[in-house]
Design a protein. Structure first.
Lengths: 329, 303
């Protein structure tokens, strides 16, 4: 009798699994995952006769997208790939599916977005997103090479490097790190790893493998900027690239003030006759005349360190000598 | 072998075959005089024991264009012991010590010696007897070098002039020099180097230094954007000037103008370069900077 009950239960369970197959498989980001950037939104439609869909993000509905046309199916099969623009914090995506104008089904996805560097905590019900998992790679591999060789991962020819197709957006910034710009992905990212393609080393341990001259330079400095002393190159620099010079995470002064915030609230350097402090931005940098560069924190302070306190750019002990670099004696 | 009263001449590791076989008379041919009453005169050595005697069995080794001195003068026994020895071919010394019996070792002492010299392997390059090549070398020009060095290094879409004509010696001194890589003149080892003409003596012996000296030029180099010399831009810097080899392969490359397809020397990363040339300039897609183009006639403003 007991056996029979177990059998019945398992048959019912089996039926439930088959009938309860979701209308949509969310591939990226996965259900209840946390993300640090806005990237792709990828899902797979499990019903072939869906003609259109509509995405609603946090209550704001998008336009209807026709996914039933043969041209669409030829290009994307039953996949839907869009660009996400997450709101900070919890995001709820609702996808409504239509057959010939008739809504047939809805599916929803929860994603938590905290941009990198933010102090906001991710609630425990969300786990960090990982794209390159066997179950999602299996879905992608009909169109994408999900197991590139190390040589393919370093091919500087777009067509030969499978990373490029999905990750090219990393390069649509003004200042791009050389290896990223030439698709030398494999120099930092492992072809295997756990999670797959993860970076085995980070920060200075990785950076100094190429920037060996920087390692030597920094060793020579008597005073080293804290994050560099700690080997935290990525505290200031974005590994792939950014909109800011030197691939900095923020424009120079904004970046410096994100730690040294008190400087913004005081008259820095000196109080001038006008009652203002020394200009820290918005003026041409007289020491870099002709370069078009504006004054910033690094006009006076070398960002990595120096042989004098405060890392004065010209390594002068005497503060007046710093002033005299621009102000004639 | 013991020939009556004479000490055994076949107890060392290497023995001349007739000695081992007891055929003393193949060389020491009896005259009609009675031995031991007559000492030396009882036996005759063809050609007084010089090459003429050896050539009775051995092929002549003095017929090619360049012949080793002792071979030419028939003094085989300068190097070989006629009976026996502790070295192969009954040589009087082993390895390079044999050569240094005559050749001055101190003349070959170099800061950066060619590895065969350091290892005493003179015969990797030289034939000990004769050759049709100068210095009794085993092959001519670059053919000698490619006996050990990978030939593919010297082939490509663009090939450096001396490499194409097989004149490795235009830049390298085979025995070694005070500079690394057997280079004839100074050339920087580092990726970045403060620009100083004397460091690039190797290149500037043939190429005009104005290639890196003149900030503006209409002729010194084709690598210019309008009149602005882009060699100057890359190389002529007080601190992080680049060495020529950052972009150029001194032997050959798969791209025009000897531009390497990958650059070594920047840590672990081999920086890819894709260079395309056109009639008035070119474009460089590289890990060092954004893709940039130049045009000699109509200067490009790069983003």
């Amino acid at each position: 009798m007991l056996k029979r009950v177990v059998l019945v239960i398992s048959v019912v369970a089996l039926l439930m699994v088959t009938t309860a197959q979701a209308a949509i498989d969310f591939i990226y980001p996965a259900q209840n995952s946390s993300v640090t950037t806005s990237g792709h939104l990828i899902f797979k439609l499990n019903q072939n006769d869906i003609t259109s869909l509509r995405i609603t993000l946090n209550g704001v509905a998008g336009e209807s997208v026709d996914v039933g046309m043969p041209e669409y199916r030829k290009l994307f099969q039953d996949f839907f790939i869009a660009q996400s623009l997450w709101d900070q914090g919890a995001n709820k995506v609702v996808v409504d599916l239509f057959k010939g104008g008739q809504k047939v089904e809805s599916a929803s996805l929860s994603v938590f977005f905290v941009p990198e560097g933010s102090s906001q905590k991710v609630p425990p019900e969300y786990s960090p997103v990982v794209m390159h998992r066997p179950e999602s790679e299996r879905l992608c591999q009909s169109c994408h090479n999900m197991n590139p060789t190390p040589a393919q991962m370093n091919s500087s020819i777009e067509k030969e490097n499978p990373c490029y197709a999905c990750h090219k957006k990393l390069l649509s910034v003004k200042y791009v790190h050389g290896p990223a710009g030439t698709y030398s992905c494999g120099y930092c990212h492992a072809s295997k790893g756990n999670p797959k393609h993860s970076v085995a080393k980070r920060e200075a341990a990785l950076c100094y493998e190429c920037h060996a001259d920087m390692a030597v330079q920094i060793k020579k400095k008597k005073y080293v900027h804290g994050p560099i002393e700690a080997g935290m190159c990525e505290a200031c620099h974005e590994a792939h690239g950014s909109q800011n010079e030197f691939q900095l995470k923020k424009p120079i002064n904004e970046l410096c003030l994100s730690c040294h915030g008190h400087i913004a609230n005081q008259k820095h350097v000196v109080m001038t006759t006008t009652g203002e402090g020394h200009p820290l931005s918005g003026r041409k940098d007289p020491l870099r005349a002709g370069s078009g560069k504006q004054m910033s924190c690094i006009s006076c302070h070398a960002p990595h360190g120096g042989s004098v306190r405060y890392f004065f750019f010209n390594n002068v002990e005497d503060r007046m000598a710093l002033c005299q670099a621009c102000h004639n004696k | 072998m013991n020939c009556g009263c004479h000490p055994n001449k076949a107890d060392k590791s290497f023995t001349h075959k007739p000695v081992k076989d007891g055929e003393c008379s193949s060389c020491h041919k009896p005259s009609d005089q009675k031995h031991p009453k007559v000492k030396k005169g009882a036996f005759l050595l063809t050609d007084n024991g010089k090459a003429g005697l050896c050539n009775e069995c051995h092929e002549r080794k003095d017929i090619k264009k360049y012949v080793h001195g002792p071979v030419a003068s028939g003094d085989c026994l300068d190097c070989h012991d006629v009976h026996q020895g502790d070295n192969k071919f009954q040589l009087k010394e082993s390895g390079v010590a044999l050569c240094y019996m005559c050749h001055d070792k101190t003349k070959l002492g170099r800061k950066f010696p060619h590895p065969p010299i350091a290892e005493g392997k003179c015969l990797d390059c030289h034939d000990p007897h004769q050759s049709d090549n100068k210095y009794i070398l085993k092959a001519d020009g670059s053919d000698l070098c490619i006996m050990c060095h990978d030939k593919s290094m010297f082939t490509g879409k663009s090939i450096h002039g001396p490499v194409a004509t097989g004149e490795c010696s235009a830049c390298h001194v085979t025995h070694g020099t005070q500079y690394p890589h057997l280079l004839k003149h100074s050339f920087p080892e580092d990726f970045y180097t403060p620009f100083n003409k004397s460091q690039f003596e190797l290149c500037f012996k043939c190429h005009s230094a104005s290639i890196a000296d003149d900030q503006r030029t209409g002729a010194a180099t084709g690598f210019r954007n309008g009149m602005f010399n882009l060699h100057f831009l890359h190389v002529n810097k007080a601190d992080k000037g680049r060495s020529c080899k950052v972009c150029h392969d001194p032997h050959a490359s798969s791209q025009p103008k000897l531009i390497s397809s990958k650059v070594s020397g920047f840590g672990r990363w081999r920086i890819p370069i894709r260079y395309t040339k056109n009639d008035v300039g070119g474009t460089c897609v590289v890990g060092c900077h954004k893709p940039k183009s130049y045009n000699r006639i109509d200067p490009v403003v790069n983003p």
